[in-house]
Design a protein around this ligand. Structure first.
Ligand code: UFG
Length: 331
């Protein structure tokens, strides 16, 4: 019996596969390699290259492998792109999930752990954010993830499928081995962009707005290590295997850091001055996003092990300085 990881060649997917294999599980990966990297595929996993919108492909994976549960990362996830190309997000994220669910129902596979996001909440009314707080996404990416959660809910009611949706806050860091890490193209996330400065690929980091109502005027986020996120997927799958009912969990450290604090910590880690320049606010950025993860701690028994921001940035720096072009080999 194996776990099928859709999008297992991507950033959070590949880290989850590494943890699953370390935990002794059999893993099958399906990934279309549109944003994932074949180099991130764990050598002990069975790998199928294909797209979840392709019913024949998805059916063929379920027909050939004995799958006990699915972990679903296969989606587009860039907030900015989702605003300029919303239909791409509806097509891949929603249509892909529809095809996946049709195939799961047809094959009697009834457990799915889903990669969701804090973007489902939009601008929060208060922090820390609870799972029961209002969900009013301010971007199309968050809207599609929220719709995917609802697709699981209604499909579950009709066909007996159970799901766990994990709403991540700011995923960051890299595997402690340095073998895999974050490699987006184009990169839009704060920590990898900061580290491009000591990496010699960028002159300075831009701070998107310093007039927010926060302690130093810059946005506050809850940075959570990718391996801690990965562990939560294993716990969530165990929970479903033990008969747990469908549920939604936030995943964050419950501590917020400002953009300036993150830059300062990266200066300490890298020993580089990392020049920073204030730039206009980025459209759609909430001032503060901080998770309450009490529910995941209480019900799943989740306990982040890499919560220290300095340690998180050290793991990221260890990856980026050895892989300045991500998975592209240096010529
Ligand atoms: N930022 C900068 N300069 C940069 C890049 C980012 O100041 O060059 C700031 C942003 O304005 C934001 C913070 O750094 O305040 C973090 O930005 P990221 O782009 O790293 O992350 P986001 O908080 O925008 O996005 C994250 C996830 C998304 C998710 C979103 C939920 O990456 O997948 O949280 O709102 F949708």
């Amino acid at each position: 019996m194996a776990i099928l990881v859709l999008g297992g060649a991507g950033y959070i997917g590949s880290h989850t596969v590494y943890e699953l294999i370390d935990a002794g599980k059999d893993v099958v990966i399906a990934d279309n390699l549109e944003t994932g990297h074949v180099e991130a595929v764990h050598p002990k996993a069975v790998f199928y290259e294909g797209d979840i919108r392709d019913r024949a492909f998805v059916d063929s994976v379920f027909d050939r492998e004995t799958i006990e549960g699915v972990i679903h990362f296969a989606a587009n996830s860039l907030v900015g792109e989702s605003m300029t190309d919303p239909l791409k997000y509806y097509d891949n994220n929603l249509c892909g999930t529809k095809v996946l669910l049709e195939s799961m129902v047809a094959h009697g596979i009834d457990k799915i752990v889903f990669s969701s996001t804090a973007a489902t909440y939009g601008e929060p009314e208060r922090v820390p954010i609870l799972e029961t707080d209002p969900t009013e996404p301010t971007n199309c990416y968050g809207e599609t993830k929220l719709s995917m959660e609802k697709m699981f809910k209604w499909t579950g009611r009709a066909h007996g499928l159970r799901f766990v949706s994990l709403r991540y806050f700011n995923a960051c860091g890299a595997h402690v081995s340095g073998k895999i890490g974050e490699a987006h193209s184009p990169e839009s996330h704060l920590i990898p962009l900061i580290l491009q400065v000591p990496g010699g690929q960028r002159e300075h980091i831009s701070i998107f707005g310093d007039d927010y109502d926060t302690k130093d005027g810059t946005c506050v986020r809850d940075y959570i290590h990718v391996t801690d996120l990965a562990q939560a997927h294993i716990l969530a799958m165990d929970y479903l295997m033990q008969g747990g009912e469908s549920s939604i969990f936030n995943l964050g450290n419950g501590v917020g850091f400002t953009v300036k604090e993150v830059i300062d910590t990266a200066r300490v880690v890298t020993g580089h001055p990392i020049p920073a320049e204030v730039a206009p606010r980025r459209d759609g950025d909430p001032a503060q996003l901080i998770a309450s993860s009490e529910k995941a701690k209480n019900i799943l028994g989740w306990k982040p092990k890499h919560a220290d921001l300095k340690h998180i940035i050290e793991t990221a720096w260890n990856w980026h300085k050895t892989h300045p072009k991500g998975f592209v080999k240096e010529k």
